[in-house]
Design a protein. Structure first.
Ligand code: SF4
Length: 501
Protein backbone atom coordinates (compact mmCIF):
# COMPACT_ATOMS: atom_id res chain seq x y z
CA UNK A 1 0.00 0.00 0.00
CA UNK A 2 1.25 3.49 -0.86
CA UNK A 3 2.55 5.65 2.01
CA UNK A 4 -0.16 8.28 1.47
CA UNK A 5 -2.89 5.67 1.85
CA UNK A 6 -1.16 4.22 4.92
CA UNK A 7 -1.25 7.64 6.59
CA UNK A 8 -5.02 7.86 6.03
CA UNK A 9 -5.56 4.30 7.29
CA UNK A 10 -3.57 4.96 10.44
CA UNK A 11 -5.30 8.26 11.17
CA UNK A 12 -8.76 6.69 10.80
CA UNK A 13 -7.76 3.82 13.09
CA UNK A 14 -6.40 6.23 15.70
CA UNK A 15 -9.49 8.45 15.55
CA UNK A 16 -11.78 5.40 15.83
CA UNK A 17 -13.90 5.91 12.71
CA UNK A 18 -16.78 3.45 12.70
CA UNK A 19 -18.63 4.25 9.45
CA UNK A 20 -17.12 4.82 6.00
CA UNK A 21 -19.29 5.08 2.89
CA UNK A 22 -18.27 5.79 -0.70
CA UNK A 23 -19.22 6.00 -4.34
CA UNK A 24 -16.54 4.70 -6.71
CA UNK A 25 -14.74 6.94 -9.20
CA UNK A 26 -11.30 8.18 -10.01
CA UNK A 27 -9.20 8.95 -7.97
CA UNK A 28 -10.71 7.57 -4.75
CA UNK A 29 -11.80 4.00 -5.58
CA UNK A 30 -8.58 2.33 -4.41
CA UNK A 31 -8.55 4.26 -1.14
CA UNK A 32 -12.21 3.61 -0.35
CA UNK A 33 -11.98 -0.10 -1.14
CA UNK A 34 -8.78 -0.50 0.86
CA UNK A 35 -10.64 1.02 3.82
CA UNK A 36 -13.48 -1.51 3.45
CA UNK A 37 -15.92 1.36 2.86
CA UNK A 38 -19.57 0.53 2.14
CA UNK A 39 -20.63 1.40 -1.42
CA UNK A 40 -23.72 3.64 -1.73
CA UNK A 41 -26.10 4.11 -4.63
CA UNK A 42 -25.08 7.77 -4.88
CA UNK A 43 -23.10 10.39 -3.00
CA UNK A 44 -26.09 12.05 -1.34
CA UNK A 45 -27.16 8.76 0.20
CA UNK A 46 -23.55 8.00 1.17
CA UNK A 47 -23.34 11.33 3.01
CA UNK A 48 -26.77 10.94 4.60
CA UNK A 49 -25.72 7.54 6.03
CA UNK A 50 -22.59 9.20 7.46
CA UNK A 51 -24.74 11.99 8.94
CA UNK A 52 -26.94 9.42 10.67
CA UNK A 53 -23.90 7.64 12.07
CA UNK A 54 -22.49 10.94 13.32
CA UNK A 55 -25.78 11.92 14.98
CA UNK A 56 -25.78 8.69 17.00
CA UNK A 57 -22.17 9.02 18.16
CA UNK A 58 -20.23 7.17 15.45
CA UNK A 59 -17.30 8.99 13.83
CA UNK A 60 -17.81 8.71 10.10
CA UNK A 61 -16.33 9.48 6.73
CA UNK A 62 -17.70 9.65 3.20
CA UNK A 63 -15.31 9.23 0.27
CA UNK A 64 -16.30 10.70 -3.10
CA UNK A 65 -14.72 12.02 -6.26
CA UNK A 66 -14.93 15.69 -7.17
CA UNK A 67 -18.20 15.55 -9.15
CA UNK A 68 -19.74 13.53 -6.33
CA UNK A 69 -19.50 16.70 -4.21
CA UNK A 70 -22.19 18.21 -6.42
CA UNK A 71 -24.53 15.29 -5.70
CA UNK A 72 -24.21 15.53 -1.92
CA UNK A 73 -24.18 19.34 -1.83
CA UNK A 74 -27.76 19.75 -0.56
CA UNK A 75 -27.40 18.11 2.89
CA UNK A 76 -23.81 19.39 3.04
CA UNK A 77 -24.95 23.03 2.83
CA UNK A 78 -27.64 22.44 5.46
CA UNK A 79 -25.30 20.67 7.88
CA UNK A 80 -23.16 23.76 8.64
CA UNK A 81 -25.88 25.39 10.74
CA UNK A 82 -27.97 22.27 11.45
CA UNK A 83 -24.92 20.83 13.30
CA UNK A 84 -23.84 17.19 13.64
CA UNK A 85 -22.79 14.77 16.37
CA UNK A 86 -19.54 12.78 16.27
CA UNK A 87 -16.79 13.88 13.89
CA UNK A 88 -17.73 13.56 10.21
CA UNK A 89 -15.36 14.15 7.30
CA UNK A 90 -16.10 14.35 3.59
CA UNK A 91 -13.04 13.25 1.62
CA UNK A 92 -13.27 14.83 -1.85
CA UNK A 93 -10.88 13.41 -4.46
CA UNK A 94 -10.03 16.03 -7.09
CA UNK A 95 -8.79 14.74 -10.43
CA UNK A 96 -5.94 16.97 -11.62
CA UNK A 97 -5.47 16.94 -15.35
CA UNK A 98 -8.17 15.69 -15.53
CA UNK A 99 -7.01 12.11 -16.08
CA UNK A 100 -10.20 10.19 -15.52
CA UNK A 101 -13.05 12.68 -15.34
CA UNK A 102 -15.26 14.65 -17.65
CA UNK A 103 -14.19 17.96 -16.14
CA UNK A 104 -11.49 19.34 -13.88
CA UNK A 105 -13.08 20.66 -10.71
CA UNK A 106 -11.68 22.27 -7.56
CA UNK A 107 -13.63 21.13 -4.51
CA UNK A 108 -12.10 23.86 -2.36
CA UNK A 109 -14.85 26.19 -3.64
CA UNK A 110 -17.28 24.19 -1.51
CA UNK A 111 -15.70 25.90 1.52
CA UNK A 112 -17.18 29.38 1.04
CA UNK A 113 -20.37 27.92 -0.44
CA UNK A 114 -21.14 25.54 2.44
CA UNK A 115 -19.35 27.58 5.16
CA UNK A 116 -17.55 24.38 6.13
CA UNK A 117 -13.80 24.00 6.71
CA UNK A 118 -11.72 22.72 3.79
CA UNK A 119 -8.30 21.19 4.45
CA UNK A 120 -5.93 20.72 1.50
CA UNK A 121 -2.96 18.62 2.64
CA UNK A 122 0.17 17.48 0.86
CA UNK A 123 0.98 13.76 1.01
CA UNK A 124 3.27 14.12 4.02
CA UNK A 125 0.62 16.04 6.00
CA UNK A 126 -2.18 13.51 5.48
CA UNK A 127 -2.17 12.05 9.00
CA UNK A 128 -2.21 15.52 10.55
CA UNK A 129 -4.94 16.69 8.15
CA UNK A 130 -7.25 13.72 8.79
CA UNK A 131 -6.98 14.01 12.59
CA UNK A 132 -7.36 17.81 12.43
CA UNK A 133 -10.45 17.46 10.22
CA UNK A 134 -12.06 15.12 12.76
CA UNK A 135 -11.01 17.37 15.66
CA UNK A 136 -12.53 20.52 14.22
CA UNK A 137 -15.62 18.63 13.04
CA UNK A 138 -16.38 17.11 16.42
CA UNK A 139 -15.50 20.18 18.51
CA UNK A 140 -17.61 22.50 16.34
CA UNK A 141 -20.35 19.98 15.40
CA UNK A 142 -20.00 20.48 11.65
CA UNK A 143 -18.70 18.28 8.83
CA UNK A 144 -15.17 19.02 7.60
CA UNK A 145 -14.11 18.68 3.96
CA UNK A 146 -10.77 17.04 3.24
CA UNK A 147 -9.76 17.88 -0.33
CA UNK A 148 -7.22 15.39 -1.65
CA UNK A 149 -5.86 15.48 -5.18
CA UNK A 150 -5.04 12.49 -7.36
CA UNK A 151 -1.28 13.05 -7.17
CA UNK A 152 -1.39 13.19 -3.35
CA UNK A 153 -3.19 9.83 -3.24
CA UNK A 154 -0.72 8.32 -5.70
CA UNK A 155 2.34 9.57 -3.83
CA UNK A 156 4.52 6.60 -2.99
CA UNK A 157 7.45 8.54 -1.53
CA UNK A 158 5.60 9.51 1.66
CA UNK A 159 6.46 7.55 4.76
CA UNK A 160 3.64 6.17 6.91
CA UNK A 161 3.01 8.42 9.92
CA UNK A 162 4.80 7.20 13.04
CA UNK A 163 4.36 8.08 16.69
CA UNK A 164 1.84 10.87 16.19
CA UNK A 165 -0.71 11.84 18.81
CA UNK A 166 -4.34 12.41 18.15
CA UNK A 167 -5.94 15.57 19.64
CA UNK A 168 -7.20 15.19 23.25
CA UNK A 169 -10.84 15.84 22.29
CA UNK A 170 -10.75 12.77 20.02
CA UNK A 171 -9.52 10.63 22.91
CA UNK A 172 -12.90 11.24 24.57
CA UNK A 173 -16.05 9.23 23.66
CA UNK A 174 -17.60 10.63 20.44
CA UNK A 175 -20.36 13.21 20.81
CA UNK A 176 -23.96 12.72 19.73
CA UNK A 177 -26.28 15.20 18.03
CA UNK A 178 -27.53 17.85 20.46
CA UNK A 179 -31.21 18.69 19.94
CA UNK A 180 -30.86 21.99 21.80
CA UNK A 181 -29.85 23.56 18.47
CA UNK A 182 -33.62 23.71 17.71
CA UNK A 183 -33.98 26.38 20.41
CA UNK A 184 -32.64 28.69 17.69
CA UNK A 185 -34.41 29.70 14.50
CA UNK A 186 -32.75 29.23 11.10
CA UNK A 187 -31.58 32.86 11.38
CA UNK A 188 -30.38 32.27 14.92
CA UNK A 189 -28.43 29.19 13.85
CA UNK A 190 -26.70 31.25 11.17
CA UNK A 191 -25.94 33.98 13.72
CA UNK A 192 -24.48 31.29 15.98
CA UNK A 193 -22.29 30.14 13.07
CA UNK A 194 -20.82 33.63 12.58
CA UNK A 195 -20.48 34.30 16.32
CA UNK A 196 -18.87 31.00 17.35
CA UNK A 197 -18.09 28.58 14.55
CA UNK A 198 -16.36 30.80 11.99
CA UNK A 199 -14.04 32.51 14.54
CA UNK A 200 -12.99 29.08 15.88
CA UNK A 201 -12.34 27.87 12.33
CA UNK A 202 -10.27 30.97 11.56
CA UNK A 203 -8.12 30.33 14.64
CA UNK A 204 -7.60 26.70 13.57
CA UNK A 205 -6.55 27.89 10.11
CA UNK A 206 -4.09 30.43 11.54
CA UNK A 207 -2.48 27.97 13.93
CA UNK A 208 -1.96 25.35 11.21
CA UNK A 209 -0.23 27.75 8.77
CA UNK A 210 3.53 27.18 8.46
CA UNK A 211 6.06 29.82 7.41
CA UNK A 212 9.72 29.58 6.35
CA UNK A 213 11.29 33.03 5.94
CA UNK A 214 14.25 33.66 3.58
CA UNK A 215 14.38 36.41 0.90
CA UNK A 216 12.13 39.21 -0.36
CA UNK A 217 10.25 36.83 -2.67
CA UNK A 218 7.76 34.37 -1.24
CA UNK A 219 5.60 31.44 -2.33
CA UNK A 220 2.20 30.55 -0.87
CA UNK A 221 1.55 26.85 -1.47
CA UNK A 222 -1.12 24.32 -0.59
CA UNK A 223 -1.90 20.67 -1.31
CA UNK A 224 0.16 18.55 -3.65
CA UNK A 225 2.39 21.48 -4.69
CA UNK A 226 3.89 21.84 -1.19
CA UNK A 227 6.86 19.40 -1.47
CA UNK A 228 7.81 20.92 -4.82
CA UNK A 229 7.52 24.46 -3.45
CA UNK A 230 9.62 23.51 -0.41
CA UNK A 231 12.46 22.27 -2.64
CA UNK A 232 12.32 25.22 -5.06
CA UNK A 233 12.12 27.82 -2.27
CA UNK A 234 15.19 26.36 -0.57
CA UNK A 235 17.11 26.33 -3.85
CA UNK A 236 16.12 29.87 -4.87
CA UNK A 237 16.31 31.44 -1.39
CA UNK A 238 12.56 32.23 -1.39
CA UNK A 239 10.23 32.23 1.60
CA UNK A 240 7.37 29.77 1.90
CA UNK A 241 3.92 29.89 3.47
CA UNK A 242 2.03 26.59 3.63
CA UNK A 243 -1.71 26.77 4.29
CA UNK A 244 -3.35 23.55 5.51
CA UNK A 245 -6.77 25.21 5.52
CA UNK A 246 -8.14 26.52 2.24
CA UNK A 247 -11.32 27.66 3.96
CA UNK A 248 -11.20 29.71 5.97
CA UNK A 249 -7.82 30.95 4.78
CA UNK A 250 -5.32 31.98 7.47
CA UNK A 251 -5.66 35.65 6.45
CA UNK A 252 -3.60 37.08 9.32
CA UNK A 253 -0.64 34.89 8.38
CA UNK A 254 -1.13 35.61 4.68
CA UNK A 255 -1.32 39.39 5.18
CA UNK A 256 1.82 39.31 7.34
CA UNK A 257 3.58 37.24 4.67
CA UNK A 258 2.48 39.69 1.93
CA UNK A 259 3.75 42.67 3.95
CA UNK A 260 7.14 40.99 4.46
CA UNK A 261 7.76 40.24 0.76
CA UNK A 262 8.15 42.34 -2.35
CA UNK A 263 6.81 39.64 -4.67
CA UNK A 264 4.58 36.67 -3.83
CA UNK A 265 3.69 33.71 -6.04
CA UNK A 266 0.71 31.45 -5.27
CA UNK A 267 1.26 27.79 -6.22
CA UNK A 268 -1.92 25.70 -6.07
CA UNK A 269 -4.22 23.68 -8.27
CA UNK A 270 -6.17 23.15 -10.28
CA UNK A 271 -7.94 26.52 -9.92
CA UNK A 272 -6.56 29.86 -8.64
CA UNK A 273 -8.64 29.55 -5.44
CA UNK A 274 -6.27 31.21 -2.96
CA UNK A 275 -4.91 33.64 -5.56
CA UNK A 276 -8.41 34.92 -6.33
CA UNK A 277 -8.78 36.00 -2.68
CA UNK A 278 -5.59 38.10 -2.71
CA UNK A 279 -4.34 41.33 -4.32
CA UNK A 280 -0.93 42.00 -5.84
CA UNK A 281 0.18 38.38 -6.07
CA UNK A 282 1.27 36.29 -9.05
CA UNK A 283 -0.02 32.86 -10.08
CA UNK A 284 -2.30 31.35 -12.67
CA UNK A 285 -4.43 34.50 -13.03
CA UNK A 286 -1.40 36.59 -14.00
CA UNK A 287 -0.03 33.93 -16.36
CA UNK A 288 3.02 33.13 -14.21
CA UNK A 289 1.77 29.54 -13.82
CA UNK A 290 -0.09 28.01 -16.74
CA UNK A 291 -3.11 25.75 -16.36
CA UNK A 292 -2.32 22.07 -15.72
CA UNK A 293 0.04 20.25 -13.37
CA UNK A 294 2.81 22.33 -11.75
CA UNK A 295 6.33 20.99 -12.21
CA UNK A 296 9.63 22.13 -10.74
CA UNK A 297 10.57 24.08 -13.86
CA UNK A 298 7.19 25.86 -13.89
CA UNK A 299 7.83 27.18 -10.38
CA UNK A 300 11.40 28.22 -11.15
CA UNK A 301 10.34 29.99 -14.35
CA UNK A 302 7.51 31.79 -12.52
CA UNK A 303 9.88 32.98 -9.79
CA UNK A 304 12.45 34.21 -12.33
CA UNK A 305 9.76 36.37 -14.01
CA UNK A 306 7.97 37.49 -10.86
CA UNK A 307 9.04 41.14 -11.34
CA UNK A 308 6.75 41.24 -14.41
CA UNK A 309 3.18 41.77 -13.25
CA UNK A 310 1.29 40.21 -16.18
CA UNK A 311 2.44 37.29 -18.32
CA UNK A 312 -0.88 36.25 -19.78
CA UNK A 313 -0.60 35.00 -23.35
CA UNK A 314 -2.43 32.74 -25.72
CA UNK A 315 -3.19 29.18 -24.59
CA UNK A 316 -2.69 26.23 -26.89
CA UNK A 317 -5.74 24.04 -26.39
CA UNK A 318 -5.35 20.26 -26.27
CA UNK A 319 -7.41 18.49 -28.94
CA UNK A 320 -8.94 15.00 -28.99
CA UNK A 321 -7.12 14.17 -32.22
CA UNK A 322 -3.82 15.37 -30.78
CA UNK A 323 -3.82 12.81 -28.00
CA UNK A 324 -4.53 9.07 -28.14
CA UNK A 325 -7.49 7.90 -26.03
CA UNK A 326 -6.71 6.44 -22.61
CA UNK A 327 -9.46 3.91 -22.97
CA UNK A 328 -11.78 2.75 -25.72
CA UNK A 329 -14.62 0.25 -26.06
CA UNK A 330 -13.44 -3.26 -25.19
CA UNK A 331 -12.88 -5.72 -27.98
CA UNK A 332 -15.98 -7.91 -28.25
CA UNK A 333 -18.15 -5.52 -26.19
CA UNK A 334 -21.69 -7.00 -26.46
CA UNK A 335 -23.18 -3.51 -26.87
CA UNK A 336 -21.24 -2.63 -30.03
CA UNK A 337 -24.16 -3.49 -32.37
CA UNK A 338 -26.33 -1.00 -30.44
CA UNK A 339 -23.69 1.73 -30.81
CA UNK A 340 -23.48 0.92 -34.53
CA UNK A 341 -27.24 1.45 -34.95
CA UNK A 342 -27.27 4.60 -32.80
CA UNK A 343 -24.51 6.15 -34.92
CA UNK A 344 -26.80 5.85 -37.99
CA UNK A 345 -30.24 6.86 -36.72
CA UNK A 346 -31.29 10.46 -37.24
CA UNK A 347 -32.67 11.53 -33.84
CA UNK A 348 -30.93 13.32 -30.97
CA UNK A 349 -29.27 10.91 -28.52
CA UNK A 350 -28.38 11.77 -24.94
CA UNK A 351 -25.63 9.58 -23.52
CA UNK A 352 -24.59 9.14 -19.92
CA UNK A 353 -21.37 8.75 -17.97
CA UNK A 354 -20.01 5.22 -18.02
CA UNK A 355 -19.17 3.02 -20.99
CA UNK A 356 -21.62 4.80 -23.31
CA UNK A 357 -19.35 7.81 -23.14
CA UNK A 358 -16.71 5.76 -24.94
CA UNK A 359 -19.04 5.67 -27.96
CA UNK A 360 -18.94 9.47 -28.39
CA UNK A 361 -16.16 9.27 -30.95
CA UNK A 362 -18.08 6.84 -33.13
CA UNK A 363 -21.03 9.23 -33.09
CA UNK A 364 -23.39 6.94 -31.14
CA UNK A 365 -24.38 9.65 -28.66
CA UNK A 366 -24.51 13.42 -29.10
CA UNK A 367 -24.19 14.86 -25.61
CA UNK A 368 -23.31 13.75 -22.07
CA UNK A 369 -24.21 16.08 -19.20
CA UNK A 370 -23.08 13.83 -16.35
CA UNK A 371 -23.97 10.71 -14.44
CA UNK A 372 -27.67 9.87 -14.46
CA UNK A 373 -28.53 12.79 -16.77
CA UNK A 374 -29.49 11.04 -20.05
CA UNK A 375 -33.22 10.50 -19.44
CA UNK A 376 -33.81 14.01 -18.12
CA UNK A 377 -31.93 15.54 -21.05
CA UNK A 378 -33.70 13.41 -23.68
CA UNK A 379 -37.07 14.25 -22.07
CA UNK A 380 -36.46 17.85 -23.10
CA UNK A 381 -35.86 17.09 -26.80
CA UNK A 382 -38.27 18.82 -29.17
CA UNK A 383 -39.27 15.45 -30.74
CA UNK A 384 -38.88 11.89 -29.48
CA UNK A 385 -35.23 11.01 -29.13
CA UNK A 386 -33.11 8.48 -27.29
CA UNK A 387 -31.54 8.33 -23.82
CA UNK A 388 -28.75 5.75 -23.44
CA UNK A 389 -27.87 5.05 -19.83
CA UNK A 390 -26.02 2.33 -17.93
CA UNK A 391 -27.75 0.38 -15.16
CA UNK A 392 -25.40 1.89 -12.57
CA UNK A 393 -26.15 5.44 -13.74
CA UNK A 394 -29.86 4.60 -13.72
CA UNK A 395 -29.67 3.51 -10.06
CA UNK A 396 -27.42 6.48 -9.13
CA UNK A 397 -29.69 9.35 -10.20
CA UNK A 398 -31.16 8.40 -13.59
CA UNK A 399 -34.25 6.76 -12.11
CA UNK A 400 -35.65 10.16 -11.11
CA UNK A 401 -35.45 11.22 -14.76
CA UNK A 402 -37.47 8.15 -15.72
CA UNK A 403 -40.11 8.83 -13.04
CA UNK A 404 -40.37 12.44 -14.23
CA UNK A 405 -40.74 11.30 -17.87
CA UNK A 406 -43.58 8.91 -16.93
CA UNK A 407 -45.22 11.52 -14.72
CA UNK A 408 -45.30 14.14 -17.48
CA UNK A 409 -45.95 11.66 -20.34
CA UNK A 410 -42.75 12.66 -22.13
CA UNK A 411 -41.87 11.30 -25.55
CA UNK A 412 -38.58 9.54 -24.92
CA UNK A 413 -36.98 6.21 -25.75
CA UNK A 414 -34.80 4.98 -22.88
CA UNK A 415 -32.18 2.36 -23.71
CA UNK A 416 -30.44 0.81 -20.71
CA UNK A 417 -26.98 -0.74 -21.04
CA UNK A 418 -27.56 -3.60 -18.62
CA UNK A 419 -24.40 -5.41 -17.48
CA UNK A 420 -25.08 -5.41 -13.71
CA UNK A 421 -21.71 -3.81 -12.95
CA UNK A 422 -20.20 -0.34 -12.72
CA UNK A 423 -17.64 -1.29 -15.35
CA UNK A 424 -15.75 2.01 -15.51
CA UNK A 425 -14.92 2.13 -11.83
CA UNK A 426 -13.89 -1.45 -11.14
CA UNK A 427 -16.87 -3.74 -11.83
CA UNK A 428 -18.72 -3.08 -8.60
CA UNK A 429 -22.05 -4.95 -8.48
CA UNK A 430 -25.16 -2.95 -9.39
CA UNK A 431 -28.48 -3.25 -7.58
CA UNK A 432 -31.09 -5.13 -9.68
CA UNK A 433 -33.72 -2.62 -10.80
CA UNK A 434 -35.60 -4.95 -13.18
CA UNK A 435 -38.71 -5.54 -10.98
CA UNK A 436 -39.01 -1.79 -10.36
CA UNK A 437 -38.62 -0.96 -14.07
CA UNK A 438 -41.27 -3.53 -15.05
CA UNK A 439 -43.67 -1.89 -12.61
CA UNK A 440 -42.88 1.60 -13.92
CA UNK A 441 -43.06 0.76 -17.64
CA UNK A 442 -45.17 -2.42 -18.14
CA UNK A 443 -44.39 -2.48 -21.89
CA UNK A 444 -40.64 -2.66 -21.22
CA UNK A 445 -38.71 -4.73 -23.79
CA UNK A 446 -35.60 -6.82 -23.20
CA UNK A 447 -32.97 -7.45 -25.88
CA UNK A 448 -30.24 -10.03 -25.23
CA UNK A 449 -26.92 -8.68 -26.48
CA UNK A 450 -25.15 -9.00 -28.77
CA UNK A 451 -28.18 -8.93 -31.07
CA UNK A 452 -28.05 -8.40 -34.87
CA UNK A 453 -28.06 -4.74 -35.88
CA UNK A 454 -31.15 -5.11 -38.10
CA UNK A 455 -33.08 -6.47 -35.10
CA UNK A 456 -32.01 -3.56 -32.89
CA UNK A 457 -32.84 -1.10 -35.68
CA UNK A 458 -36.35 -2.58 -36.02
CA UNK A 459 -37.04 -2.36 -32.26
CA UNK A 460 -35.75 1.21 -31.96
CA UNK A 461 -37.76 2.25 -35.04
CA UNK A 462 -41.00 0.80 -33.59
CA UNK A 463 -40.48 2.49 -30.26
CA UNK A 464 -39.53 5.84 -31.77
CA UNK A 465 -42.69 5.92 -33.86
CA UNK A 466 -45.01 5.34 -30.86
CA UNK A 467 -45.69 8.23 -28.46
CA UNK A 468 -44.82 8.22 -24.73
CA UNK A 469 -42.06 6.62 -22.69
CA UNK A 470 -40.40 3.56 -24.23
CA UNK A 471 -38.00 1.42 -22.23
CA UNK A 472 -35.63 -1.13 -23.79
CA UNK A 473 -33.17 -3.08 -21.65
CA UNK A 474 -30.10 -4.25 -23.56
CA UNK A 475 -28.74 -7.15 -21.49
CA UNK A 476 -25.16 -8.24 -21.99
CA UNK A 477 -22.13 -9.53 -20.13
CA UNK A 478 -18.86 -7.62 -20.27
CA UNK A 479 -16.10 -9.32 -22.20
CA UNK A 480 -13.47 -8.00 -19.83
CA UNK A 481 -13.11 -8.52 -16.13
CA UNK A 482 -9.90 -6.59 -15.88
CA UNK A 483 -10.21 -3.76 -13.48
CA UNK A 484 -8.47 -0.57 -14.51
CA UNK A 485 -6.79 0.50 -11.26
CA UNK A 486 -6.90 4.08 -10.09
CA UNK A 487 -3.16 4.33 -10.50
CA UNK A 488 -3.55 3.76 -14.23
CA UNK A 489 -6.09 6.49 -14.57
CA UNK A 490 -9.23 4.40 -14.44
CA UNK A 491 -12.40 6.29 -14.95
CA UNK A 492 -15.15 7.20 -12.56
CA UNK A 493 -18.79 7.01 -13.44
CA UNK A 494 -18.68 10.66 -14.39
CA UNK A 495 -15.71 9.92 -16.51
CA UNK A 496 -15.00 10.50 -20.12
CA UNK A 497 -11.50 9.06 -20.19
CA UNK A 498 -10.62 7.60 -23.54
CA UNK A 499 -12.68 10.18 -25.36
CA UNK A 500 -11.41 13.62 -24.64
CA UNK A 501 -9.77 13.66 -21.24
S1 SF4 B 1 -16.55 -2.67 -19.81
FE1 SF4 B 1 -18.23 -3.94 -20.59
S2 SF4 B 1 -19.78 -2.48 -21.35
FE2 SF4 B 1 -17.87 -1.35 -21.06
S3 SF4 B 1 -16.91 -1.34 -23.08
FE3 SF4 B 1 -16.08 -3.11 -21.94
S4 SF4 B 1 -17.38 -4.87 -22.45
FE4 SF4 B 1 -18.46 -2.99 -23.09
Amino acid sequence: MRGALKQIHQALRDVGVGCITYVPGYPITDLAQSLGAEIAVNEKVAFECALGASATGVRSMVVVKQLGMNVLADPLVISATHTTGAGIVVLAGDDLGPRGSQVEMDSRYYGPLTELPVLDPSAQDLYKAVTEAFRVSEELSIPAILRITSDVLEDSSTEPAAGQNIPPSLQQPPRRFDRSIWDLTARGRHQRYFARTLPALSEAAESSARMELRGDTGVIASGSVVPLAEAVCKETGSSLLVTLYSYPLPMRAIERFLRMHRHVLVAEGPAPFIESHLKDVCGRLTGHISYGSIRENDLKAALSLIHISDLRGSIEMETATGRPPRRSICQGCPFMPLYGVLSRIDVPIAGDAGCTILSLRMGAVDMVYGLGSAIGVASGFRDKGVAIIGDYALAHTGIQGLINAIWHRKNVLVGVIWNRVAAMTGFQEVFDLEPLLKALVPGMRIVEMPAPEHEIERILGEELSSPGVSLVIFKGTCTTSIRAPDSQGSTGEHDISGVNS
